[in-house]
Design a protein around this ligand. Structure first.
Ligand code: ZN
Length: 168
C-alpha cells in the first residue's frame, strides 16, 4: 500500500467525468488499498478516485460506525425527501466549508472490489459523504452546490458568536 497525493481544487482532473470500472483487476485492488491508506492518513470521511488523480468510478465512504465502505461504480438509487443542512468540507478544498442540504437517507447500489453487486442504506453523515463522493465522479465539488462558502476561520468565528448569542 502507498499514500497517494490528494489533488487540490484548481486541478482540471477534479472537473472530469470518471469512467466505470470494468476490469476488477490488481490495479483496482491496489487503487482501493491506497485510497484507504490515504483517507486514514488525511482523517477524512470519504475519498473519491479522482481526488488521487485516477478517473475511475471508485469511492470510499466512512459509515456511521467508522467502517470504510468500498463502492465501485456507485449509483444513488433512492434518496429521502427529508434533507439535512450542514457545513461540509472536502480534502481537495482545504480550509473551506460550505452550507449544503443533502438527503437524510440514501440507498446506494455499487460493486465491491471483486465486482459483486450490493446495495447499502446510508443515513445522516454517511448519506452526506456518499452524495459528496459520488458527485466527485462527475466532476462536481461542494463549492458548486453551496450558496454559503466560508473559510474555516470565518466559520469558527461565526459559530462561536452564535453560541455566545445562545448563552444570552
Ligand atoms: Zn470531496
Amino acid at each position: 500500500m502507498a499514500l497517494r497525493n490528494i489533488v487540490k481544487i484548481g486541478d482540471p482532473l477534479l472537473r472530469k467525468k470518471s469512467r466505470p470500472v470494468t476490469d476488477f483487476n490488481e490495479r483496482i485492488t491496489t487503487l482501493i488499498d491506497d485510497m484507504r491508506e490515504t483517507l486514514t492518513d488525511a482523517n477524512g470521511l470519504g475519498l473519491a478516485a479522482p481526488q488521487v488523480g485516477v478517473l475511475r468510478r471508485v469511492v470510499i465512504v466512512v459509515n456511521n460506525d467508522g467502517e470504510y465502505l468500498e463502492l465501485v461504480n456507485p449509483e444513488i438509487t433512492a434518496r429521502s425527501q427529508e434533507t439535512v443542512g450542514a457545513y461540509e468540507g472536502c480534502l481537495s478544498v482545504p480550509d473551506e466549508r460550505g452550507y449544503l442540504e443533502r438527503p437524510r437517507k440514501v440507498i446506494v447500489k455499487a460493486q465491491d472490489r471483486t465486482g459483486k453487486s450490493f446495495s447499502v442504506n446510508l443515513e445522516d453523515m454517511a448519506a452526506r459523504a456518499a452524495c459528496h463522493e459520488i458527485d466527485h465522479l462527475d466532476g462536481t465539488l461542494f463549492v458548486d452546490l453551496t450558496t454559503e462558502l466560508y473559510t474555516e476561520e470565518e466559520l469558527d468565528r461565526m459559530l462561536s458568536e452564535q453560541s455566545e448569542e445562545n448563552e444570552d
